[in-house]
Structure formats: C-alpha cells, structure tokens
Design a protein around this ligand. Structure first.
Ligand SMILES: [Cu+2]
Length: 227
C-alpha cells in the first residue's frame, strides 16, 4: 500500500521527537542556592538547608537571590560569573551560573563592600603558601655573630624555601654578610643597622660572616624537605 505524504511526515516527526529529549536535554544544575541581602546589614549565600556556602563542586548552579533592601544589593562574581541585583530595588532574582574548578568566588553588597561580603571555594583550591619562616641574624656588639631560629636556637639545618631574616648589625667595626646558592647580602661594616631580608634558600651550604674578622664565620645547610 503506498503511503500518503502526510503519513510519512508524521512518522518522521515522531522519530525525531523520540530522539530529541536525550540529545537536547540541558545539564541539570547541581543544586539551588539561596542568596539573601538585607533588610539589615547582612548578606548570605546558603544551601537549601540553611548552611552557609563555603565550598562547592565545580558545575552549574541555580541561585535564587532575595534582595530585601533598597540600600543593599547582592553582587556575585568570580571566574566566568558576574551577576548583580540593583541597589535601589527589592525582589527576587534567579541566575544560572557555572562555577569553575579551583576558583574563589565572592559575593558582596557594593555600597558596603568592606563589611557586607563573603566568599567560597569551588573545587580544589590550592592552599595559600605559608608565610616565610623568620630568622634573626646578629653581629656584635662584641666579637660575636649568630643566626637564630625564632625559638632562639642556632640555625644549623633549614629546609629549602623563603625566609624572612632580620639582621641586627650592632657594631661599626663588623658586618653581617650572608652568601650561598642564589644569595649574597651584607650590611655595611661602618654602620650599625637593622635590615630585613626576604631570601629564598636553595639546597646547599650557606655562610654568614663578618668581612672584617676571619673567625666570625659560621655556616648552615639547606636541604630539600624529605621523608
Ligand atoms: Cu549594603
């Protein structure tokens, strides 16, 4: 039996529709988050259960913001995201946003950004590098030279990394001169000074000395951190 054209078109359409849902289905947001600003001087981004958002997996999220004040706004920003409600209006806003991996995102009220603000991490955010360890170098007042850790112990072995060294040169007849791989710093012989150096120590042997007195000379070793 020959098919009539209309039947063929309907059959083809049916086949196309059967395929469509799988192919055209939008990605499901991971979660709906709730932003709140006002009526007082407060701003929050919360999970549905009320917990503050501090850490999220990367991906797409729905954000529903309740802006409850004509003095504040809710501004969300970070890598690939820039959304804001207006200061002078209130009401709800719904945003679809995609948070990228290894990023920090922030939210704030723009007129009060120093006090009304928050942030959260997405994915694996590398921790900030630790502050440099502190060392204390000293030469004088008599024929002495030393380099000490923050706890007062003499430096003998350090691990590679950045160090902040305060050098007290307490004499006008000696200086403090530190040398080693990638480092050559000194104070002036004829001056009493306090200097602060931020130095990067590589693996190897470092020496600190006075350029005026041969026996005022010590050394320490820098090693790569290991097991
Ligand atoms: Cu505000």
């Amino acid at each position: 039996v020959p098919l009539r054209p209309a039947t063929v078109v309907i059959a083809a359409l049916g086949a196309a529709l059967a395929v469509l849902p799988a192919a055209a289905q939008p990605a499901q947001p991971r979660e709906t988050l709730r932003g709140e600003v006002g009526p007082g001087f407060s701003i929050f981004l919360r999970h549905q259960d009320g917990r503050a958002v501090t850490q999220l997996d990367a991906g797409e999220y729905t954000i529903i913001v309740d802006d409850m004040s004509v003095e504040h706004n809710f501004h969300l920003f970070g890598q690939g995201v820039e959304q804001s409600t207006a200061v002078e209006t209130t009401g709800f806003a719904t945003w679809m946003v995609t948070f990228a991996d290894a990023q920090v995102y922030r939210f704030q009220c723009d007129p009060h950004l120093t006090t009304m603000r928050g942030s959260f991490n997405v994915g694996n955010v590398p921790p900030p590098p630790p502050p440099p360890a502190r060392l204390l170098g000293q030469v004088g007042p008599r024929k002495t030279i030393s380099l000490k850790n923050a706890n007062g112990s003499r430096v003998s072995v350090l691990v590679t990394g950045t160090y902040r060294i305060t050098v007290r040169d307490r004499t006008k007849t000696e200086n403090f001169h530190l040398t080693g791989p990638g480092v050559n710093r000194k104070t002036r012989v004829a001056a009493k000074t306090t200097a602060t150096w931020t130095l990067r120590f590589a693996a190897g042997r470092y020496t600190y000395r006075s350029d005026k007195t041969r026996r005022l000379r010590r050394s320490f070793e820098v090693r790569r951190p290991g097991p």
